[in-house]
Write a protein that binds this ligand. Structure first.
Ligand code: HEC
Length: 124
């Protein structure tokens, strides 16, 4: 009886191996290397950075946001002198921006802000 069950088990395994393709890999660039589609080249303040700030920062960093101490930077002229602080705060593990209570800044958006700043933080 044991032999029959064993033989049955073996044949089920054999049949399954025919049905289930052995190359069950689902590797894609995103899983292996992070977000593959994060393009950090030729970034524009108006079309790339403002939408990010709008989604993740302007809830607080605009006039009358009700957020005490949140310096207003919804114009380029206001943001420009704050650029060194922006780099620090978006990477700050202790006092991060956005604060932990707000929507977190995704890695690609963080990379884009950094890349735009590294390229000279232009009003482009
Ligand atoms: C939920 C509200 C909120 C959001 C969202 C938010 N901040 Fe802030 N931020 C504050 C407050 C309040 C302060 C002042 C207190 C402090 O420094 O922690 C501040 C301070 C800062 C400072 C220091 C300002 C200065 O005068 O030196 C920078 C830079 C900054 N935030 C950048 C950002 C950026 C960039 C984002 C978006 C990626 C962001 N913040 C999103 C509330 C917010």
């Amino acid at each position: 009886m044991k032999k029959t069950i064993f033989a049955f088990g073996v044949s089920v395994c054999f049949l399954l191996s025919l049905v289930i393709p052995s190359g069950c890999f689902y590797d894609n660039e995103e899983d292996l290397y992070g977000v593959a589609s994060c393009d950090t080249t030729a970034l524009s303040y108006k079309s790339d950075i403002v939408p990010i700030l709008n989604a993740y920062c302007y809830t607080c960093h605009v006039p009358n946001s009700g957020q005490a101490g949140a310096t207003v930077f919804n114009t380029y002229a206001q943001l420009d002198p704050l650029v060194p602080n922006v780099v620090i705060r978006i990477n700050d593990p202790i006092s991060p921006m956005p604060p932990t209570t707000a929507v977190p800044l995704p890695d690609c958006e963080r990379q884009k802000i950094k890349a735009w700043i590294n390229a000279g933080a232009l009003d482009n």
